[in-house]
Design a protein. Structure first.
Length: 721
């Protein structure tokens, strides 16, 4: 379906029902509908699968859903067991909406151009819109023939009130409708009849997914599904686990905090993978979004990170700036708004990838720039990966507005502050990002021997630091920006939005505040943003009174999204700032407030394995709720923070061992795959900090990559204060 994370709907729900001798019920409990009739309920979420189980009327039902590792399909195994001592004659039904909307979407509604067909005992759904750039077709098939089917929602569901039991289920039979201009949309509904002897159990295999639009290609594909998926579903369950095992085992921690372990080892990797492939892959891909996401996947999926990084570089102009969003499929169109922070994230992602892999050869790979005329990568205008990163920094430093600070252009990280741009409007946060990018790139230039570049880059960091401290200090904190009239935003002089979180946390971990001796003042000022579930992005929230001054952020209700919510991305910057100051205990205490498994179920609304985009802020009635759980730019930062706390920190030439755990941790362990070597690391609190590699005491706390042989295993013991 066309998944839009900022506007989730119920469109992807799969429903399962049972009909037996005139009585019908949902196979699995529906909230607030006959819940007490069920026993043995189980909902278990896996990495490429999930499982539902429930018992009702002496029928034990289990649903196992898997996602295929190679094909765009999901496999369902439905098992029904007759727990009674009598023969049972029943039917079970499944129903799911099928979304094959036009791409790019325009005024044609799906029911005018889409249809559902029955081809060789398979439901097939196609979109015939001739303007489709990306052809849309889907299917549902089963190892067992359908005993009934429906593709028109109004015929299966019935008209009138919205009963939890569809009309066809209540009547015990589908209408065998094809999807011919359905008023309520296309659905895939199927009926399976069964006669079960006492204690007998039976399993059905059903496959749903995407298929080719062209009939001949579709037939070949569906035959492949029947042969390689349906027949081998059991073997597939075992094979599918291997890719995930490799990702998880690349970097595993075992600490006294089980919830933290599960987040770091499993679920943050899972969400990162999904975000890069799906949430950031709508009709357009957010430039800064995908670069931050892949930075969090370098340990688990370095090859994928490399490919995505090279793809993103093609959408950078030769002047160093980059697109706001680039098209996912040709013809979808780019977002050409010049958000000035886009290209900065190239440096952030490149730094993470190179320090993890040591693959410095990537820096010499030639990548085309985007032509401003054709809006396509221009093979005649290319530069090395290093060149792309360098000009990204140079463009930030050279394009300045008020006080010599980075011009904001259309916007920066907080894109809801849309009223600042134009003329010499400047972003203090972006200027801090310029300093951060310069420090990362200076380190790289030094490693590869670009000494003259390093001098230039260091000058950028020093100069921008001086400008920020000279012009953006508000007495107790840093202002966020200067608007097109030169007036400060995020200042004590403002009626609303007096203090912003991000510019101040970045001033800490970039060293800007330290250069002026202001770290303590900034930290004390941020207390006014603190809540029991993290730090607000700004306070007080904006209202319509600030519309002309700040833009669309004033249209957002106070406490929502960027307007005073506890934005998880902003909280991750605060966490990183604490670690940069060496505050391990404060970091750990703050981290506990936002880890998804630690949240209070009666307040939050997100699942316990997904990092939420934001918590609704205290200026809103739904304070503490999580409206959107499937996406956030914070994942790479949370992983980076936890890695820093654990103390096995990738570097260009090896690994820095520098643990910063909370004081109540006396021991923990890590299994780490680093550049082909397997490291088994045990940490324990002791006397003087020492590092032993295979029993030999290391001189210092840096393990050089040259000391680690690919394919070898190393036992490392770390004693920390």
């Amino acid at each position: 379906s066309n998944y839009v994370p900022t506007a989730p709907t119920r469109q992807d729900v799969r429903d399962f029902f049972i009909h037996e001798q005139g009585k019908s019920w949902p196979m699995y409990p529906i909230p607030h509908f006959e819940e007490n009739a069920y026993a043995g309920f189980e909902c278990r979420q896996g990495l490429d699968w999930f499982k539902l189980a429930a018992i009702r009327n002496d029928l034990s039902c289990t649903l196992l859903v898997q996602v295929h590792s190679d094909l765009p399909v999901e496999i369902w195994k439905v098992n029904i067991s007759n727990d009674s001592n009598r023969k049972r004659q029943l039917s079970w039904f499944l129903r799911l909406p099928v979304c094959v909307d036009s791409y790019p979407s325009y005024y044609f509604v799906p029911r005018v151009v889409c249809e559902g067909l029955l081809e060789d005992r398979t439901m097939v759904f196609v979109n015939h819109d001739k303007n489709n750039v990306h052809k849309r077709a889907a299917f549902l098939l089963s190892a067992d023939s359908f005993d009934g089917y429906d593709m028109m929602a109004e015929l299966f569901d019935g008209s009138g009130g919205r009963s939890p039991i569809p009309k066809a289920v209540a009547q015990g039979a589908c209408t065998n409708s094809l999807g011919q201009q359905p008023y309520s949309g296309l659905i895939a509904a199927a009926q399976f009849n069964a006669v079960l002897a006492p204690k007998e159990s039976r399993t059905w295999t059903v496959v749903f997914g995407k298929c080719p639009y062209e009939a001949n290609e579709r037939n070949v594909f569906l035959d492949q599904v029947r042969q390689s998926v349906v027949k081998d579903a059991t073997e597939l369950a075992i094979t599918n686990q291997d890719p995930w095992k490799n990702k998880i085992q690349a970097n595993i921690i075992k600490t006294p905090d089980r919830a933290l372990d599960r987040y770091y080892n499993i679920w943050s990797k899972y969400q990162t993978r999904n975000q890069v492939r799906f949430v950031r892959a709508l009709d357009k891909v957010g430039y800064r979004d995908v670069l931050q996401d892949i930075a969090g996947a370098c340990d688990a999926e370095p090859d994928f990170v490399r490919a995505q990084l090279l793809t993103a570089l093609q959408y950078q102009y030769s002047d160093g700036t980059a697109l706001r969003q680039y098209e996912k499929f040709e013809g979808g169109g780019h977002d050409l708004r010049r958000y000035k922070d886009s290209a900065f994230w190239i440096i952030y992602a490149l730094d993470a990838y190179l320090k993890e892999t040591g693959n410095l050869d990537l820096l010499n790979v030639q990548v085309p720039f985007l032509s401003s005329k054709t809006l396509r990568p221009d093979s005649n205008d290319a530069g090395s990966v290093y060149d792309h990163a360098k000009i990204a920094l140079q463009s930030l430093f050279s394009d300045v507005g008020y006080h010599g600070l980075c011009r904001i252009g259309y916007g920066d990280w907080n894109d809801a502050l849309s009223g600042l741009g134009g003329g010499d409007a400047a972003s203090v946060w972006l200027s801090c990002a310029c300093v951060y990018g310069a420090k990362l790139l200076s380190e790289l230039a030094n490693v590869i021997g670009r000494i003259e570049d390093k001098k230039e880059i260091d000058h950028i960091a020093e100069t921008m630091t001086e400008r920020i401290n000279a012009h953006a200090w508000d007495g107790k904190w840093y202002v966020y920006a200067f608007n097109c009239h030169g007036k400060p935003v995020g200042s004590k002089t403002n009626a609303e939005g007096k203090i912003h979180l991000n510019v101040n946390t970045w001033a800490i971990f970039t060293g800007v505040a330290q250069a002026a001796g202001r770290e303590k003042q900034v930290l004390e000022s941020l207390v006014q943003l603190a809540t029991p579930v993290g730090h607000r992005l700004l306070a007080p929230a904006y209202t319509n009174a600030s519309q002309e001054e700040v833009g669309r952020i004033a249209n957002i209700l106070p406490g929502m999204f960027e307007n005073g919510s506890i934005y998880t991305h902003g909280e991750s910057f605060y966490l990183y700032a604490l670690l940069s100051l060496g505050f391990g205990d404060a970091f750990y205490a703050e981290l506990q407030k936002t880890l998804p498994a630690n949240l209070v179920p009666d307040i939050v609304t997100g699942p316990p394995h997904q990092q939420s985009n934001f918590f609704v802020g205290p200026e809103h009635a739904s304070y503490g709720a999580n409206l959107f759980s499937g996406f956030t730019g914070s994942l790479s930062w949370y992983r980076q923070c936890i890695t820093r706390m654990i103390g096995i920190i990738p570097d260009y030439k090896g690994l820095l061992i520098d643990p910063l755990p909370p004081r109540h941790w006396n021991e923990y362990a890590v299994k780490r795959l680093f550049r082909g070597a397997v490291l088994n690391v045990k940490f324990h609190r002791g006397g003087q900090q020492t590092v032993r590699v295979n029993g030999k005491v290391l001189d210092g706390n840096f393990i050089r990559a040259s000391q680690l042989a690919k394919g070898e295993t190393y036992d490392i013991e770390v004693s920390y204060m």
